[in-house]
Write a protein that binds this ligand. Sequence first.
Ligand SMILES: Cc1cc2nc3c(=O)[nH]c(=O)nc-3n(C[C@H](O)[C@H](O)[C@H](O)COP(=O)(O)OP(=O)(O)OC[C@H]3O[C@@H](n4cnc5c(N)ncnc54)[C@H](O)[C@@H]3O)c2cc1C
Length: 401
Amino acid sequence: MATVRTAAVIGGGIAGPVVASALRKAGVEATVYESHPTRSDGAGGTLALAPNGLAALEIVGAAEAVEAAAQPISRQAMAVGDSKHFALPGLPDVGPLRIVHRSDLYRALHDRAAAHGVRTEYGKRLVDARESGDAVTALFEDGTSATADVLIGADGVHSAVRRLIDPAAPGPRFTGMLGFEGLADFEPPVDRETMTFAFGKRAYYLYWREATGGTRWGANLPHRPLSLTEARRTPNEEWMATLRTTYGEDTPGGELVRRTDPAGLQVVGALHMMPPVPHWHRGRMVLVGDAVHAPSNSSGQGASLAIESAIQLARCLRDFDRVREAYAAYERLRRPRVERIAAMAAKTNRAKAPGPVAQKIMPLLMPLFIKAAMNPEKTIGPAQRYRIDWDAPATADRARA
Ligand SMILES: Cc1cc2nc3c(=O)[nH]c(=O)nc-3n(C[C@H](O)[C@H](O)[C@H](O)COP(=O)(O)OP(=O)(O)OC[C@H]3O[C@@H](n4cnc5c(N)ncnc54)[C@H](O)[C@@H]3O)c2cc1C
């Protein structure tokens, strides 16, 4: 049993409330410090939780609430141009993807954390941290501080904790694309449980029919780097005009962007992925979620991996006597898996935003890409079949790591 009694969790997105809930389950008192002033701030758009993410949420008792708020997607299809449309084989015995609005997911996770006895403090932006022998103190922008046995950086892709652990740590890499999401007042002839990944004439997009009517779509627009603030400075009408030019000739992409009210457009901004992070922990500080392994949205696994890592970190802190050993075991358990999934997503990114050379050979590459997608045990099996045995001691995982 570890000597850890208290934890300061920095960031109340997805990994934050999950690691705090799992720590409470392990007997550690955890407090979440979130920079946003309120809990639903900025939580627009939707995301797809994979079966492995849902299974990990079961451990902290949050799966049911998330499922209740989500729409199931049990079939996937791929479209290349207007003529080629393929049903992608799925895994026969795993559940569907669950599409959930970010704000509903955050609410479910925070409600669950509160039920576990986790306290969340808003308006607390971490700016620095100090370690003494057996404690670590988080310093916040508002001049306050919090001291705990361990400090967990669940503060997302632009993590401040990552820089505190290693000032030379790499930052997120731009994938070459901006993200947008919209809801079209139009329904293409596909069934309600199918998500289609479409490689249009100029850019990639995906879509599925909403349970409540209309079709929700996400666009990955090849673009120069643009911060979220810069992207949101451009009026939605202007972005919609760009999207109509880009997708206008695609079926059904053209119809989807023409039939979307610009007022409801979600401008997500630059899409990022994290390169491998050399140092996951230092002293009493450690990273979890996008702060250490954002695999890019192409994986469809960012949130699910963040949830898994949160559970595994809590499990290691529960079972190892020393913090250093717990962190090392956690990294051994998680690094190979998250880096493998990130590398696969990076390949998909290259197909979505091909450079000039790749664009020329894309017609040759696409059949190979499709052939790979036809083998789901290889492409999605390892990601989606992963399950965590919470009750098994993490010390026993050492032999397998
Ligand atoms: C367009 C897009 C689509 C996506 N689609 C999917 C999908 O379909 N499926 C999927 O699994 N994943 C998807 N993802 C990825 C997913 O959103 C992330 O992997 C997930 O949000 C990571 O959770 P996290 O808790 O690590 O980080 P975040 O959700 O980013 O949470 C970090 C939190 O830390 C807070 N914070 C930041 N800095 C500080 C600080 N200094 N002090 C205190 N608090 C701080 C932030 O305000 C935030 O609340 C998508 C991402 C994008 C951009």
